[in-house]
Structure formats: C-alpha cells, structure tokens
Design a protein around this ligand. Sequence first.
Ligand code: PMV
Length: 322
Amino acid sequence: MSSRVTAVAHANIALCKYWGKSGPLDTPATPSISLALDSLTTTTHVSRIDGESDEVLINGQVAEGIERERVVRYLDIWRSENYISGHLRIDSENSFPMASGLASSSSAFAALATALNELSEQRISQTMLSQLARRGSGSAARSISGGLSSLSSGDNPASRLLVPAEDVPWGMVVGVVDSDDKKYSSRAGMKLAEQSSPYYRRWVLQARHDYRYMLHALRSWDLVEVGELAESNSNAMHGCMLASRPSLMYWQAGTMDIMHSVVSWREEGLLAYYTVDAGSHVAVLCHLDDLSEVAERMQSINSVVRVIANRAAGPAGLVACR
Ligand code: PMV
C-alpha cells in the first residue's frame, strides 16, 4: 500500500452548467457538460502522518478556516466510508487563480480523490471515484474523466466521458480579470438561488433542455450551435443568479468587457463564444486553429490581467506513488 501519492487533475469549464444541488449526496439539480482544460491543473501530494489531525497546505500556505474545513470534511467522508483511515497531509498546488470562478475546486477535488483512491484500502471503481469526487465539488466529478464529459442530474451521478481530449477540435481561452475572492461559494450561491431567485425553477427546466440540445449539437461538431447554446446557457444561469436576493453578481466590469468583445469578434467573422462560471473570469470557446488569434485579442482588452490558452485535457491521474 502506498504512503505518499501525487495526483494531477485539470479544471473543467462547463458548456452546460450545473447550478443547484440537493440531498445528503449533493445531487446536481441540472445535468451538465464540460471541457477539461490542459493549462489549468492542480497537483496534489497526499501522505500518511502520525499527527492528531490532518495537515492541509494550499499553494504552499497552511490552509485555515473554511478552506481547511472543506478539505477535512471531505476526508471525513472517505474515512466514514472506511475507504481511508488515519490522518493525512494534503499539499495542493494550482497553476491558476483560485476561488474566483475558474473551477479550481473541480481540479482540486478530482486530484485529491484520485490520490486518496490510491491510498485507499479498498477497490474503488472509476464510477465510484467520480461520485466521490462530486461530494467535494460537483464539477470535480467531470475532471475525473476529462475531455468532454457529462454529469447527469439523477441520483448520485458519476461523470461520463463523451469525447476524449485528443478528439476535441476546440480549445478555450481564459481571460482573467481583476477581482476579489468571490463572496459566495458555489454551494452557498446555489442555496441562495434556490431559496430566493424567482427564476430558479425556470433555470432548472431550461438547463435540462439545453443539455439535450447540446448532446445533439456535439454529435455534428457544430461550433456555431454549440457556442450559441453555451453562451445562452451561461447567461440563463447568471440571470437566475442575478435575480437572487441578495443578488449573486459574480461579474466585474472586466467580465462585461470580455463578453462584449467576444460578440464583436464574431461580427468580424471569428467564431468565439463566452461562458462564465460562478466568478468573474471568462472562458472563450473556439476552434483550435483560432486559439492564438483569440488569445491575442483577449490580451489586448485593458481589463484582462492574464490570458490562459487551453486545449482539451485528459482525465485525472497519478504521477507518483511510493
Ligand atoms: O463544482 P461546484 O459544486 O463548485 O459548482 C460549479 C458550478 C459552476 O462552475 C458554476 C457550473 C459547472 O457546471 O461547473
């Protein structure tokens, strides 16, 4: 049995978003489809320790408060199911900004679950691993399988690989804008939207509809259809969020700058489509051939502080164990 394990996972950005969850297993209220991104990675080292409690380091800093609690609570799920025992040291590094709507929890919990699986005393199937990753962060389930993956909204779902990374002809350019850490975590935001947004039920219906159309559009690799759907799905989710009380306004001025720019690039003939998670940064879907053109245009927007170009990424995996 290994005593020190390193795993890597890629963050994913959804083309059809999940927003809303319920029940003890955090069942997603809406089905989703996402693309895993090769430049957005989390590398997590996990080792057994003799101490009285878990040690959690994130980007080289000892994690405290809610950040630490979230990881320890997640380890407790694995311990309560007897998949692991004893205390652990978790040391996790991200290649990109955290807690600002760049899906850092998707890669973080997928990498952690992958490492824990290797340390586990039991055999865990890929399905179960994806289900367990989902308990840390809903989107993490999709980073287990990578590429273009879906996650249904049924009971205790696992992700399903729709298209492996090497067969995806599209990429995403992420525009990072100036922003503080987000005020509402996805979990808190989902609860608030469900309890207070007049559009929440409508969003859930729309999201289910978008999901079916997206599966259809993906079969013919129609970027116009997929892109338009991804954009309107993102807008519908933010419409629901914005109408919550208090309003879940994740967008910053820079977010709007990028969205308007993408629309104007399209008018000039460049096929590019934006999508925004629960945060202020923007991911732009385009053909792989247009990736550098989109990255260059993104760089020229004043409010953009960093540009990250991505191809599709593969599944989460182990890089070392001993
Ligand atoms: O993975 P969570 O539970 O933090 O929620 C992610 C929600 C969105 O990123 C907004 C949408 C999605 O499907 O990834």
